[in-house]
Design a protein. Sequence first.
Length: 461
Amino acid sequence: MHMSDIAGILRRVWWVVAAMAVLGAICGWAYGSSRPVTYSSTAQLYVVVNNSGTSGGDANDAIQAAHSRIASYAALATTPEVATSVAQALDLNMTPAEIAKDLSVTFPPGTLLLNVTATASNPRLASDLAAETTRQLQKLVNTLETPAPGVPVWSRLLPVSNATPPVSSASSSTKFVLAGLAAGFVLGAAAAYALIRFDSRVRSESQLAKAVGVAVVPADDPRALRAAVSDARAGSRRAVAVMSLDVNTWPITRELAKSIAATGASVLVLDARTSGAGLTEEAGLTDRPGMSEYIRGGQDIALIPLSNGGGSHRRRTNAPLTYTGNDGQAAAVATADPGKPQGVQVIGAGIQRADLPDLLAFSRMESIIARATSIYDYVLIDGLSPGSDARIGSAVKLSVIALGVRSAESIRSDYGFDRRHTSGALTNGDAPRTLVAFTHKRRLHNMLANAARQSVGGPHD
């Protein structure tokens, strides 16, 4: 895999990873913000075992005895007896089970400390629960550790610290945001991998060439496209049908016509589209007779009023067509032979073009193309569909395919590359030479923007 392929993959899927990561962070923030705010307070006790008098033991025995009791004292803190006493002392409308659920008792290993932590939705209640639980636990332990009346308590709990100031659980949602961000990143990476792994669309020049079985050229490079078209003009193949299912081919046809005319060749462009932005609209020919009228009327190509974008007029074989460049200056394109047409001339789709697809299938269409190729060096037919039944004779078929739109199977099927014999525009007698141009919709958008800023040509003098 080349670095360009890796860069292309990253360009396609980075937004998936980024979007999932951001979504995860938002979800984490929302979860952290929606959690109920609770407060916790902790009181601390110290376990002491009497090692004098009736104890009869030394200090070491006392410490061991305290360690053996500390787990039991921790369990006593959440018993119903202690919880009931706490509820009565604080005058709480809570059951012993509810109080026990809000308590947690821990004892750090190797110490004689008991940490009693109370949690509540009210900071005052959390502090009161922690303090009162330690008091009630002390009373219960004193009762249990008194062997007999008048005998010293064997083990007792001493307060180390009163209930600490309540701490809010809503101090920060950062940990939830970070957790959501990490989870979103992982899910986004998995989704991106799935998109790449199961995406069957053709996305590169090499993939397209493999899919169609012929060499491909960039559609947004008029010179390369002109060279390919020139090489395909074997014998009488002066007509080129520019067709696509994916994009508006007019900007490509327009730039190709200009590139060809820049070499001194004459070009006639025929608009075969029934709708959408194209030659007819750009040249201002929507209200002028065009292909649909001429096919019906059987008018000879030599008498058809042609336009260079400035309106309808009779063809003048000695008048050069001018282009307006990016600098606003007009540059004339002349031909070596003053008796031939010059530059680019166009025939629009016509006024009544709803039935133009049917008219293009008439034998008259083939006669028009044959006549046009006897007058012009190149005839470009724009706006055909690969499945069209248009009679285009031996014209070169130029299919413009957008990368990242179709799978290889779809391209072969929809553009007719999976069958040797087809009807209509794809074959008519001997199979025409086939060319394939690839483009990216982003680049084509730039071509459309340029086409909007420029005209096909200025009016004839």
